[in-house]
Write a new protein. Sequence first.
Length: 333
Amino acid sequence: MRKNAFCLLVLFCSAISLSVSAMAQAGTTVIEVRTEGIGDIIKDAGETNLNGAMVWNGTEWVVNDTWAHMFFFNIETGERLKNYDNPQNYSGTSPTGVIATYGPYTITRNIYSHTKTAKTGPDFIYRAVEYVIHDNVTGREVILRSRGTGNGTGQPYFDIYIEDEMASGVQTTAFRNDPVWFTYPGMTASQAVNQTDPAAHRTGHLPGAMATQSTRAGDYYLDIGGGSDMGPAGTGRSFEFHTSESDPADSPAENLGSAFPVDFNLKYMDSEGNLHMLHFEPAIVSERRAPLPGAAIPTLNQWGMILFMVLTGASAVIFLRQKKSESARPDRS
């Protein structure tokens, strides 16, 4: 608890220091620290945040009732003090392989398969887009897996896997389905994507802005340092995603909640204080239904038996027709 409080105090002092510095550089320009983001974060241990924000303290993502994602606002211009210049956007299903290198990150787009249980009938089988964001400095990765909802290639969402900035060892934070928050100690992101248990390693859930606005839609931030907008330069970073309200009753797929991550932003402040953003959107390549139970495809031996029976039957029919034809001929003797 003391460690969390100390961490938050350091971050607050850092934000104040940056604010004073910005005001000094701006002369008489008045600069405010404002907040953005909304959504309920409910840890299973009891902590809550209604601002859609959590902060990294070096070992875990801290949730309390005061933290919010902050940014500097210029009163004179009515705009943010700094904007995200030249945002990088990644969407669609092609090309695959390494598709970009931006700043310290290499972006790879893969196609993978997954299955979703249907409410009725056979399961849905998908081919979908997976993004791997590799940090070329630290070696850590973020994996974004597009998921289907039983609506063809429409209304996809992300399952999100983030390798945490641990001082030693590895740990992955994941947001799956609607989204439920999981923490996987000792696992990389590539290992965590194979976890399917709905209860093991569960940390909490993010149901959208239900408490304040009665909506599943939310704007969530995971801040490192003071977050991407506050810095400090070279350290400040934020993972952001929006959840969209949807009615599970409208989906043919089973066990769906009603709030899903529909995008993902990796935001950071570089060593010179410039702001950068990588924006990702989920995509489905194809959806099909699995074969019905019992409708097994015949093996080669079974196909041979079927062909033999067909040929035998056809031969019998031809033979009987020939005999009938012969018996119908008049006797010329």
